[in-house]
Design a protein around this ligand. Structure first.
Ligand SMILES: [Zn+2]
Length: 351
């Protein structure tokens, strides 16, 4: 689950992160399952930087609440991993709103040198490792997710992950293509039928010499109209979502205003992600059970995604976890656990 406010800086830390994440963690605890939280460390550092202004504007200290929640979740057995939206680098809070750098979407775009990129990832990882330490845990960050899936180009990023001992990247969605003003990515060449693969320069290209394993967010190709479920519309357009965010999302999608352009948009081929805020419990279980079998050499792992800010219905989430708990063929594991199991396999193959 990604733990953050909205991509344009709108939203509220209590309402869109802390409260829904706590509710999700409690549902997981009913089943003894860990929740993996991809903690947005760049946003967190911005909240620390603007602590006084935010206290005045929001009436509370968001960085303090995020930090306290992170430590508490670790103590309760949940998992923290690193998530970054580089557009928050150098951000500032002005007249009640965040000014971000929308042209800085990738770690590779932030730095000229590998040394700087590696130091940057090391410092952001240290924020989360600090939460593990404060909670008395020996665990450390083992996995990374790019903000808005912007993992290309990723040469500097992947080296930085390697140099900082981060074994997993989980940013890719098979078949996803984006090419707009600030974002370019093309994941159409990602290995077919695989659960994960090693990468070195590009998350979509297997490189067996790479030290980082790409474990994609599970998806299936469909058409956009298949995503138009009441659940997804509520997740994106309920009264809980800032109007400004809704407007930005509609304009970014490039839907257009004529009936023909809307129909053309809805017919686009598009990867539909296994997202527990956009799909019903029954549909998610069907997709997981019907997933093509993992190749022998692959650890049989399926990554689901969700966002604290889109979490509405505890009962729906509970129905899904109850279905997983009742199925002897399924097991919910944290990213830390996957990193451990991949490490064991890797040592066996390398021997
Ligand atoms: Zn994010």
């Amino acid at each position: 689950m990604d733990h953050e406010i909205f991509g344009n800086g709108s939203g509220d830390v209590r309402c869109h992160i802390v409260e829904p994440a706590e509710r999700m963690a409690r549902v997981c605890e009913k089943f003894g399952m860990p929740l993996t939280v991809f903690f947005e460390a760049e946003e967190y550092l911005a909240f620390e930087r603007e602590r006084e202004a935010l206290k005045k504007a929001w009436g509370y200290d968001p960085a303090a609440e995020l930090g306290a929640q992170a430590i508490d979740l670790v103590r309760r057995g949940h998992d923290l991993q690193l998530h970054l939206h580089p557009e928050w680098v150098g951000s500032h809070f002005e007249e009640g709103r965040w000014i971000l750098q929308p042209d800085k979407r990738t770690v590779d775009s932030l730095f000229e040198t590998q040394e700087d990129a590696s130091a940057y990832i090391g410092q952001r990882k240290a924020v989360i490792d600090g939460f593990y330490e404060a909670a008395g845990s020996a665990r450390r960050v083992r996995a990374y997710r790019c903000g808005a899936f912007c993992a290309q180009p990723g040469r500097k990023l992947l080296r930085a992950l390697t140099e900082n001992g981060i074994a997993i990247d989980s940013s890719l969605v098979k078949g996803m293509v984006r090419n707009d003003e600030h974002v370019y990515l093309d994941f159409t060449a990602a290995p077919e039928g695989r659960r994960h693969w090693r990468v070195a320069d590009d998350v979509a290209v297997e490189d067996t010499a790479g030290q980082v394993t790409e474990i994609p967010i599970y998806s299936r190709m469909g058409r956009r109209f298949q995503q138009l479920t009441p659940r997804r519309l509520l997740a994106k357009f309920s009264g809980n979502i800032p109007k400004e965010q809704q407007r930005d999302m509609v304009s970014q999608l490039g839907i257009g205003r004529t009936p023909v352009s809307v129909l053309r948009f809805l017919a686009q081929r598009f990867p539909i992600k296994l997202d527990f805020h956009n799909m019903s419990a029954g549909q998610m279980l069907r997709w997981i059970r019907n997933a093509p079998p993992a190749p022998d050499a692959d650890l049989d792992v399926i990554v689901l995604i969700g966002h604290s800010k889109e979490h509405r219905d505890d009962a729906d989430f509970e129905r899904f976890l109850a279905g997983v708990a009742a199925d002897p063929g399924l097991e919910v594991v944290s990213m830390s656990e996957i990193a451990e199991r991949l490490g064991v396999r890797r040592r066996k193959t390398d021997d």
